[in-house]
Design a protein. Structure first.
Length: 80
């Protein structure tokens, strides 16, 4: 079986749903100053490639962590 990751990289200029706030990636620690690099990331849950959980639109239902991983793997056709 061949797996293809459909995720897109996160960056400041990704496409957004109309009205959604832009993501923010602040460097808060650097190797020269702190000995390590760390970023503070602020973004909405509907950023970039994602899966809408049932709880996004239905009250008192499942979150994504309650689904078995097999639910997120399947057959596909790749088009260029």
């Amino acid at each position: 079986m061949h797996f293809l990751d459909l995720s897109h990289p996160l960056h400041n200029h990704i496409s957004l749903f109309p009205g959604a706030p832009k993501p923010n990636f602040d460097i808060i620690h650097t190797i020269p100053k702190h000995g390590f690099t760390e970023r503070k990331i602020q973004m909405t849950s509907h950023m970039n490639t994602h899966i809408d959980a049932p709880i996004h639109i239905l009250k008192d239902t499942k979150t994504l962590d309650l689904f078995p991983i097999e639910k997120f793997v399947g057959s596909a056709t790749v088009l260029d």
